[in-house]
Design a binder for this molecule. Structure first.
Ligand code: SF4
Ligand SMILES: [Mg+2]
Length: 295
């Protein structure tokens, strides 16, 4: 089987070397792995370079308007729960004009996957800095999504296909809104390829160890230590710990020497009884239809 068989290569207009190629490639691969019927997969995008993705993939797709992909995706999911919905958005699209749509979608916890291609700029309009551009007053998007009640938040990298694929698969498995920040390189207007270093890969129930260093928590403050064989005080990642996930999401604000955490940052524990979850979820949809909840 050709794992990339959804991609329409001759239609792609992204610049050579754009990080989006890697993301579309992995998305197409996992949609094949998942074996979801093609007629049920829907790709919904906003506006921006990344949001051109629905044109480049041979699946149902909607290229919507600026910042509104989340709301349109919500409508699509509510119209038929069988739809497997993927929102493709950029940092400019989702964290400026689309911000309130994004946060309310997260709050409602609709069962969709949101892929935020974060290159720190408005690439389509020639590279103006976005609110996520890496400087002292940039938005902390992971922390913002957690504060809005996100039940699944992860960060991955465009140039680590294995991690990217793993995160996409796990996000799709999560019942509820899955939010994934994908750090993406724009070689034309914001080439960050060489700046993506000092990475800490997170694994549930594993120590925070990277590059011969480790992280300990002292009075709720993350501290970098040289790693030795003493494992006693090293922070162990627990994807279900909301409090620690906030600290992880704020690493770059606390101390710029702290690494960039990559992987699942937080996931809300869900009841083991899947039937219950399904029933509860369907009830929530009915409530939405009956307008019994605040929009
Ligand atoms: S401008 Fe940047 S983000 Fe847009 S297609 Fe070109 S490389 Fe990709
Ligand atoms: Mg952007």
């Amino acid at each position: 089987m050709n794992n990339n068989n959804y991609i329409i290569y001759n239609k792609i207009k992204w610049c050579l070397g754009c990080g989006n190629y890697s993301i579309i490639n992995q998305l197409s691969k996992i949609l094949n792995i998942l074996k979801i019927k093609k007629k049920y997969i829907v790709i919904v995008s906003g506006i921006g370079c990344s949001s051109r993705l629905p044109y480049y993939i041979n699946l149902k797709g909607v290229h919507t308007i600026h910042g509104r992909a989340f709301s349109i995706a919500t409508g699509i999911k509510l119209s038929n729960n069988k739809f497997n919905v993927w929102v493709i958005t950029g940092d400019g699209d989702s964290f400026s004009i689309g911000l309130k749509h994004l946060l309310h979608t997260i709050r409602r916890n609709i069962n969709i996957n949101i892929l935020i291609f974060n290159n720190g700029i408005y690439a389509l309009t020639k590279g103006q800095k976005s609110y996520t551009y890496n400087n002292n007053n940039s938005f902390n998007i992971i922390s913002l999504m957690l504060s809005s009640g996100a039940t699944y938040v992860a960060r991955t990298l465009y140039n680590n296909p294995i991690n990217l694929r793993k995160i996409l698969l796990s996000a799709n498995k999560h019942i509820g809104t899955s939010c994934i920040e994908i750090i993406q390189n724009c070689p034309i207007y914001n080439n960050i390829k060489d700046k993506i270093k000092n990475i800490l890969y997170l694994k549930n129930n594993s120590y925070l160890i990277y590059n011969n260093k480790c992280i300990i928590l002292k009075k709720n403050k993350p501290i970098i230590k040289i790693f030795n064989t003493n494992l006693n005080n090293i922070w162990t990642h627990n994807i279900y710990n909301l409090y620690k996930s906030f600290i992880l999401s704020n690493f770059n604000k606390i101390n710029n020497r702290l690494p960039i955490p990559i992987g699942i940052i937080y996931k809300k524990k869900i009841a083991k009884n899947k039937k219950y979850i399904k029933k509860k979820y369907i009830n929530d949809i009915k409530k939405l239809f009956n307008k019994n909840i605040i929009f």
